[in-house]
Design a binder for this molecule. Structure first.
Ligand SMILES: [Zn+2]
Ligand SMILES: [Zn+2]
Ligand SMILES: [Zn+2]
Length: 154
């Protein structure tokens, strides 16, 4: 049973996701809304296999793959590779747009649980490139212990 407040906030969230899809010229579909909802529930970035576990049989693998790819292209999600080289996805800041990701921030990856956190408040240093080079992306990962793994160790 959901409380009234939970129901209200999930309606608000659905409205927010619908607006996000509309703003990106994507049709509002149940699978797209479910994917956004599942990703926003987690404080960490999430991989496709983990999303599959959450969504169960609701969305087939090919559809999920296409949704993630289109979200990434539209600047709704950004991809971060965890320590195993698995792609994980996190929601972008509102500044991102198609082919133009502005959320180039540091990511923290826990060496014990392999969780990927967006450290939005830490921006990346300006990289002075040699003449005629053009920059597409910078990835800086900080690796260490997340708060819950650190707690378990002490
Ligand atoms: Zn982005
Ligand atoms: Zn951890
Ligand atoms: Zn991030």
């Amino acid at each position: 049973m959901k409380t009234d407040r939970e129901a209200a906030s999930s309606i608000e969230k659905l409205e927010e996701f619908s607006q996000l899809l509309r703003a990106n010229n994507l049709k509002i579909t149940q699978p797209r809304l479910r994917v956004l909802d599942s990703i926003s529930e987690k404080p960490t970035a999430i991989s496709q296999p983990d999303l599959e576990k959450i969504l169960g049989t609701e969305i087939d693998r090919v559809t999920l793959y296409r949704i993630l790819a289109s979200f990434e292209e539209k600047g709704i999600l950004h991809k971060v590779f965890d320590l195993n080289g698995t792609a994980t996805y996190a929601l972008c800041s509102t500044k991102c747009s198609q082919h133009h990701h502005h959320d180039q921030h540091v990511h923290f990856i826990c060496s014990v649980c392999n969780s990927v956190f967006c450290l939005d408040e830490i921006s990346l240093p300006k990289i002075a490139l040699p003449p005629n080079f053009s920059l597409h992306s910078i990835a800086i990962n900080a690796v260490g212990l997340c708060d819950s793994c650190k707690e378990k160790q002490s």
